[in-house]
Ligand binder design. Structure first.
Ligand code: V47
Length: 342
């Protein structure tokens, strides 16, 4: 059997010039070969325990700053109560991501994972982005490896894909200079994968980056995945424009979003899953993205603070029956998955 040759940088970039429908058909072919009409989703809960942040990323509307003066830091009891309430909705996963809070100890971060695991041993804990690991390492004078070992000992099962933003160093400096650098983001995921653990990868697009930067981002992820195989899925996050310091007048068109999702399916030939994260794309476009290579729509979420602070309609998550009904009505087979797609 002849194998399709791998897309190079220029070929990948040229895909943006293709007709939208033809591009969608190419991506759909890959997606259908892998999963037929199955679309994956999970029953999950997002918790963002603190918005106090030492960094000021220009795209962020969540962290407490001049744009969002209302600081909060949840107690462990509040976090555990929140999770207890969600257990009745049969959540399989808790996705925990915070701002970079210098006022709390490393123990505050690690102990809560251990407490959740002790109380709910079967609940999958997806927590701490590479940006948080970098922050904790600098703040508490530990190596990345030491933080990662502590995470494993405390019950963290997998790492979310946040904090990747866009890898190009010039753009990165402008939108989030100060937080983890691109090489370190990749290094942290590599260390995590070397522990035999899985993680996800995101890309924030639709701000000041261009198409070249997006392809470069995908290429760097593909390169790491070739050596570790530790990424579960790629999640292109559509930039939300409200309440932050980037003054983006023209948000991306639906065509550009769908093309980017389709191209990611074609470029990331070593990634099993492409997630159309309904929170940032809107649920309607996420459903359409199923025809552009996406095979996963994330989950019910319950409560989401990072993207909803920037204008996304995700504050209260989505009911499972509604989510499943929407996937069915779009002609796909809703397939509930666990966090590792096993
Ligand atoms: O890292 C911040 C992004 C991310 C904005 O791993 C913004 O399964 C859009 O990483 N517009 C957090 N995005 C969310 C995230 C994620 C979500 C779902 C699933 C997974 C996974 C990971 O949100 C941040 C940042 O890149 N973000 N501000 C904004 N204005």
């Amino acid at each position: 059997m002849t194998q399709t040759p791998r897309l190079g940088f220029d070929e990948a970039l040229a895909l943006y010039d293709m007709d939208l429908i033809q591009l969608g058909q190419m991506a759909t072919k890959v997606r259908r070969q892998k999963y037929g009409s199955k679309t994956f989703y999970n029953i999950n809960k997002h918790i963002n325990p603190t918005n106090v942040c030492k960094d000021v990323c220009q795209f962020c509307s969540f962290s407490a700053s001049r744009k969002n003066p209302l600081q909060y830091t949840m107690t462990h009891e509040q976090i555990l109560d929140d999770i207890d309430k969600s257990i009745k909705n049969s959540i399989d996963e808790v996705h925990m991501v915070s701002a970079h809070n210098s006022d709390v100890s490393l123990g505050w971060y690690m102990d809560i994972f251990a407490k959740i695991k002790a109380k709910h041993p079967k609940l999958h804990i997806k927590a701490l982005t590479a940006a948080e690991i970098h922050f904790l390492s600098c703040q508490h004078n530990k190596t990345y490896k030491q933080i990662i070992d502590m995470m494993c000992d405390s019950g963290v099962d997998s790492m979310p894909g946040g904090g990747a933003e866009i890898f190009d160093e010039t753009v990165r400096k402008r939108v989030c200079g100060g937080k983890v650098g691109s090489e370190d983001w990749l290094k942290i995921h590599k260390l995590w994968h070397q522990k035999g653990r899985k993680s996800n990868a995101t890309m924030l697009f639709g701000h000041i980056e261009n198409r070249e930067h997006r392809i470069d981002h995908m290429m760097r992820l593909r390169h790491l995945q070739d050596s570790t195989g530790g990424f579960n899925c790629f999640i292109p996050l559509v930039y939300q424009t409200q309440n932050n310091y980037l003054n983006i007048k023209e948000p991306l068109t639906a065509v550009e979003i769908l093309k980017t999702i389709a191209i990611s399916r074609l470029v990331l030939d070593n990634f099993e899953h492409i997630k159309a994260y309904w929170v940032t794309s809107t649920i309607k476009l996420a459903l359409v993205a199923q025809e552009f290579g996406a095979d996963d729509l994330d989950g019910t979420i319950e409560k989401e603070s990072i993207n909803s602070a920037a204008g996304a309609q995700s504050k209260d998550g989505m009911r499972q029956d509604e989510f499943v009904g929407l996937i069915k009505n779009s002609g796909y087979v809703p397939t509930r998955r666990d966090s590792l797609y096993s």
